[in-house]
Write a protein that binds this ligand. Sequence first.
Ligand code: PLP
Length: 361
Amino acid sequence: MPFVEALEAYKEEHFVPFHTPGHKIGVGAPATLKAWMDPALPYDLGVMYALDDLHEPEGSLKEAQDLAAQLYGADYTWFSINGTTALIETMIMGTVGAGDTIIIPREAHRSVMGGLILSGAKPVYLEGRFDERFGVPLGTTPSEVETVLNEHPEAKAIVLVNPNYYGIAIDLEAIVLLAHKKGVIVLVDEAHGAHLPFGKNLPKSALACGADLVAQSTHKLIGSLTQTSMLHGQDMLINERRITQVHQILQSTSPNYIFLASLDMARHQMATKGRELVTKAEMLAQELRRDLQNIPGINVPAAEDFNGLYDYDATKVLIDFYELGLTGVEAEKLLRKEGIEVELVQAYHVLVLITLGDTKD
Ligand SMILES: Cc1ncc(COP(=O)(O)O)c(C=O)c1O
């Protein structure tokens, strides 16, 4: 863990801190902050050029990013302390400009709208499909993408969400081929997919499908701290320098070093134990699905229960209460009374996530 090790070595030097942050390695921190985070506060350092710089990494942070690129099979990786939100904006601003056409899905996250506003690009929409029974978006298809590409030969880039919040994946490999045939850059919002390469029965990762730029929320489904994400790029159609410059614009000039270190730690955890941990999560999710399905009135749809689904990440467990006449909001309230907090509430269902943080208990 090159960046983590650099921080640890720096701490051991015991420099007297005449620099930001004002709490000075925890000494001046409010009592509650100290009580919560005492051992971590010496690593909460300001921009220390001795410790490399997110905005122009050359040392241990560059090494950490390169190791992440190697693990995920990318040519470049950029760390983010502004989540995938800033990275999606980076992908858009880094590839299209004012007046350029970009194809986006209707089900896109609000950061795609942010990217449109910031870049001035013109959107063309993919309507996608919707499962009426369960009330979930199923994403787009190669034939819809082909139609839109033919109608808009001027399009420069396409944004795709894969997998979506529900774990539903599209035929990304076929879509990438269609887009690349026309020289269109493929940007993938893989916020819910940092665990994919380590699973047994999970959808194929966007990089493996040939996407050009892929933004992942490392914090969502694997082990880094909230707000931390990675952007991965493959060489062919992107301009690495331009992406780096936009990344600089959209990241704080005071990146939190504990956040950055947590990305290095999460990468190391996946490199050494990723397969074991993610496979275990898949097994636990299957058990949970089986047990829930045995409860009368409760439905836990599997891949084949959705109408025309391409692929599915079964660690996202949708629990449907329609037959019991309960809305998602009502079910959430009942579950909360039992001490259970869910991820997402919609229509007649709630969504729960099984990750490397779950145990059989
Ligand atoms: C599909 C999708 N894309 C992007 C994001 C933004 O990710 P982050 O929270 O890491 O900024 C989210 C967050 O919920 C999301 O669900």
